[in-house]
Design a protein around this ligand. Sequence first.
Ligand code: PLP
Length: 399
Amino acid sequence: MSAISKETQRLLGSGSTLRAMFEEGKKMVKIYGADDVFDFSLGNPSVPAPESIRNAMEDALENTESMKLHGYMSNAGFEESRQAVCDDLKKRYGASYAPKNIFMTTGAANAVVLALKVMLDPGDEVLVLAPFFLEYRNYVGSFCGKTVVVPANPPTFMPDTDQIAAAITPRTKAVIINNPNNPSGVVYGEETVRRLAAVLEAKQKEFKTTIYLISDEPYREIVYDGVQVPFIPKYYSNTLIAYSYSKSMSIPGERIGYLVMPDEIDESDSFIAGAAVSMRAIGSVNAPSLQQLAIIRAMAQLCDFEEYGRNRKRLLEIMDKAGFEYVYPQGTFYLFMKTPEEDDRAFVARAKDDHHLLLSAGSAFECPGYVRIAYCVPYDRIDRSESRFIALAHAYGLN
Ligand code: PLP
């Protein structure tokens, strides 16, 4: 019998196909050279972090008293960092929050995990909408919750409210949405959010329960063609927001973000108090102090997303020329392409072996029949990949 938990064994068994592809890419570069390998597998931001955040870190480092800079603090973070987040949310969305409603976290991942830790008892159900960021399953599993997958809704990939309603039971504690969406690149607009909110309200009434909506928003600002991302708490009062500067400031390694816990959520006082003890219970204690002080100084000075826009435009040209079908991407830096054969893993293998194109299988997001192309890469890589995609499509008779 193994000393390793069954849940960890499950994690080891499932592995990360995305990471595996990334490692494979590194091996291929050694064999074929960097110019002959087209790695579109990982969502690591390629736009440089703005100068402002680097300056902010230096300024915080130089001008903060040592005990404050390096010491322990409230689990929720510095009051002034949380106030700065409140001011930013007020300015951008007219939302009225106090520092107590904001919990500084080590990115959106920590924010989602923290929210789940506060609310989940073993066996509680959490709905996720395919295709989804696969870590959600692991986060829910950490608290012995049950992940309930609502099947994908192609070709629009908007939430299917009938399917969501059918999946909700008296044990449903939360629904996790991710807007703009990784991997589909779609953005849920106002109408969609209203419909989703109506279903959740109705189910809360029917079962006399609380259903929290966790809105995971690390790509909030990465949108194109003037698309608006609704501020979800305006539509559904039991909303929690998991936000991160990982993508908006290109600093995923720094681990900084926050969880918004509005007063309007059910049992908000207990939730807020519960978040502090939960942060300790999961061993995270508090978000990094230097980054908390830096984001106050660099707030609202986000990356220039122009480069992603340029990449997207070129990739769409290539897709159209090759003859592939895809979901029109309104946000993030991912394109979700329909595979011309049913077996997306076989397609990914063929793209890699025959054309050195490294893509991520839709199955990794519990949505077979598609692949994700991460276009957060140098423009040149996309530009030079044209002949590879055309040849790949040709092999399927698409051009
Ligand atoms: N949620 C989604 C949908 C993501 O794509 C990612 C990272 O890629 C995360 C959460 C985690 O981001 P963070 O670095 O903010 O923890």
